[in-house]
Design a protein around this ligand. Structure first.
Ligand SMILES: NC(=O)c1ccc[n+]([C@@H]2O[C@H](COP(=O)([O-])OP(=O)(O)OC[C@H]3O[C@@H](n4cnc5c(N)ncnc54)[C@H](O)[C@@H]3O)[C@@H](O)[C@H]2O)c1
Length: 373
């Protein structure tokens, strides 16, 4: 990705923003520095915050009523980063529909909706208006995860056979799973590992899990439609000093028989450290008589991690965490008049299917997920 500064883009979208909260201040408005965006107005029900954000991020208009903003400003696109109702509903879903009906494309934070029924309604509004809705699934826009996708799609990696994803998130007690408020944390965070699973592996066909009641930790066993298998380890209860995430994908390796030794695997630790263990090294040979663990250069592992000396953009969290790439992908899709490839409502549907399964499926039982709708 070659980065352009905002003012260098030859064409920019007229953008309005709903929500002047915490996350958007840290991560979304600042990403506009590197996107084809002309921020014209900010709306928050707290007008003082709307005014403060408008001033800080260069918008002329500030509103406390989004309908008034849409009518007055007629934006090309609206970014929505709002929160939850006291009943545990997602505020952004209805706001997004209002924006679509006003003729604007929508970028919204996860969670897109609290249920598949709500998602259906949003999809219908998008279809009827011919406007784009994209969700900020930041994990699949990180340079690390994009590299994994490229490598596992290469002929050298062979057929993807399995995946393991670790993410810290409790699943509530079974008695609380019909309580929308108590389920909010899972709804909000399942979008992160769920996006990774969907992006790298495609839809899940079958799922079962075991659940630990003291921490709410769980281990899910997954079978994907592709025939590959996976583990989702929701490591609730880890130390606050620990990195959150680890992802590992295993492939058969080029020229290997499926299931035989000598495949390939790629690991992402802590969201940024990528190690690709390439196919072709021969451990058996080294084990019997070899004197060194150092395999031939041609098949040696490759690894990447950011450096933290230079004040460039490659080690900047707006980039390493995927914020700028997700915003730019949305803007470029709208400007090109074509649907986004990632963060689509179809991606969101796959994630919400997992969420709804955890709501109703008892631990120890297995469920099959219908393909398509
Ligand atoms: N992807 C990520 O890394 C990440 C990180 C944190 C939060 N988030 C998501 O971002 C969203 C916001 O989280 P937050 O912690 O910043 O919340 P927040 O409560 O700090 O901000 C939400 C803002 O929206 C405003 N708002 C609510 N309804 C509105 C309406 N109808 N019109 C105008 N303004 C309205 C509120 O007044 C508030 O200022 C959530 O969906 C959360 O899941 C994503």
């Amino acid at each position: 990705m070659t980065v352009r500064f905002q003012f260098e883009y030859p064409e920019r979208l007229r953008v309005a923003f709903i929500g002047a909260g915490n996350h958007s201040y840290r991560n979304v408005y600042p990403s506009f520095q590197y996107a084809p965006v002309d921020l014209v107005a900010v709306c928050d029900i707290n007008i003082d915050r709307a005014k403060a954000y408008a001033r800080a991020f260069g918008a002329a208009g500030a509103y406390d009523d989004h309908q008034e903003m849409l009518k007055t400003e007629q934006p090309d696109a609206v970014f929505i980063v709002t929160s939850y109702t006291p009943e545990g509903d997602v505020q952004a879903t209805a706001l997004a529909e209002n924006c679509l009906r006003a003729g604007a494309h929508v970028w919204m934070e996860k969670p897109t909706a609290a249920s598949i029924a709500q998602l259906d309604r949003l999809q219908m509004a998008a279809d009827e208006t011919g406007r784009i809705v994209m969700t900020g699934l930041k994990k699949i826009f990180t340079p690390a995860m994009e590299k994994v996708k490229t490598i596992i799609s290469s002929p050298e990696f062979g057929t993807v056979s399995s995946i393991s994803v670790r993410y810290p998130q409790p699943i509530p007690d079974p008695a609380d799973r019909s309580d929308d408020v108590k389920m909010l944390s899972l709804l909000s965070h399942i979008f992160h590992p769920g996006a990774i699973l969907t992006y790298l592996m495609g839809p899940v066909r079958r799922l079962s899990y075991e659940w630990e009641p003291r921490t709410g930790a769980s281990v899910s066993s997954l079978l994907f439609e592709s025939g590959a298998i996976g583990v989702l380890h929701l490591v609730a209860g880890i130390s606050d000093s620990s990195p959150l995430e680890r992802v590992e994908v295993i492939g058969t390796g080029a020229g290997q028989r499926e299931g035989s030794r000598g495949g390939a695997n790629i690991v992402v630790d802590n969201g940024v450290r990528v190690t690709y263990y390439r196919p072709g090294a021969n451990r058996q040979q080294g084990y019997r008589r070899g004197g060194s663990y150092l395999v031939d250069d041609a098949v040696a592992p490759l690894s990447w991690e950011p450096e933290f000396s230079l004040g460039g953009l490659t080690n900047n969290s707006l980039f390493t965490l995927g914020y700028v790439p997700e915003v730019v992908h949305f803007c470029e899709s709208v400007l090109a008049g074509k649907p986004p490839e990632k963060g689509t409502l179809a991606d969101v549907r796959n994630i919400l299917k997992l969420y709804e399964l955890y709501r109703r499926l008892p631990a120890g039982e297995s469920a099959t997920i219908e393909a398509g709708n």
